[in-house]
Design a protein around this ligand. Structure first.
Ligand code: SF4
Length: 258
């Protein structure tokens, strides 16, 4: 199968339980709840979208002939990431570890064997979770395209795979992190996962509708736009009254990163 991708870029995850974690974002083109064209917004099921997912013309985007081709493009973004400068005086503790890793590319994550990367990270840094290769498949609606061959190709390159979905389709087996963001007016089919991230408020998608589902984390994320301040206040008030829920902020927006 071929894949239509809007953009691929390296950044920090800005939202939810993985906030602050380095990741390659693979934004698939297309969504089943809106065409992505302004002319259709008023009649779309999902009308508050602030993401450009139409077409394949973004940074690193394009049409990829198969799973290996797309996985390779994702891996490339992880490998060309910028490393911070190493202070010359760093000769002990963490500084020494970082200096050693960057001076010897054979120990850097990008050059490790894919199959052994997670375990190697644990041995070398004691911080395997943060050091693992991480890809966030988003969109648009990524589950329109993300399939078993692509999951296999990314795992084969040592990636931990997260998906951000509107939950209208069942997720394939093998994903490492499932984030579902339900939308009012759209039937929720993916009813389990790691985090449920609800853009708030949405008439017809009140948090009470989802509280009983099987997720590890429940987040309210204030809806952006002209009413963002009020929506943030409402989210805070709801979480104070319902401690099962936590507020998720779009930190990438105030960090000024993609
Ligand atoms: S479901 Fe997500 S990607 Fe699709 S239109 Fe809504 S916010 Fe945008």
């Amino acid at each position: 199968m071929s894949y239509a991708v809007k953009e691929i870029f390296y950044t920090l995850q800005g939202e939810g339980a993985q906030t602050g974690r380095a990741a390659v974002f693979c934004r698939f083109a297309g969504c089943n709840l809106w065409s992505g064209h302004e002319a259709d917004r008023a009649t779309a099921v999902c009308r508050f979208c602030d993401t450009d997912f139409a077409d394949t013309n973004g940074q690193g985007g394009g049409r990829f002939a198969g799973a290996e081709e797309l996985a390779e493009a994702i891996e490339e973004k992880w490998e060309v990431r910028a490393l911070p400068p190493i202070p010359r005086r760093a000769t002990d503790g963490w500084g020494a570890l970082i200096a050693e890793a960057t001076a010897n590319p054979s120990t850097a994550p990008s050059a490790r064997s894919a199959a052994g990367s997670a375990q190697d990270d644990n041995v070398e840094t004691g911080d395997g979770e943060r050091a693992r290769r991480f890809v966030v498949c988003t969109g648009g609606e990524p589950l329109l395209q993300l399939d078993t061959p692509l999951i296999g190709a990314l795992h084969g390159r040592g990636f931990e795979i997260a998906v951000e979905t509107n939950g209208t389709m069942a997720a394939p087996e093998g994903l490492d992190w499932i984030c579902v963001s339900p939308k009012a007016g759209a039937e929720l089919k993916q009813r389990t996962g790691d985090e449920l991230k609800l853009v708030y408020p949405q008439a017809g998608a009140e948090p009470e509708r989802f509280t009983g589902l099987r997720f590890r984390h429940f987040f309210l994320q204030p809806m952006d736009g002209p009413r963002r301040e009020e929506n943030t206040r409402l989210s805070v008030e709801y979480c104070l009254a319902h401690p099962k829920w936590r507020v998720s902020l779009q930190t990438h927006k105030f960090l000024g990163i993609p």
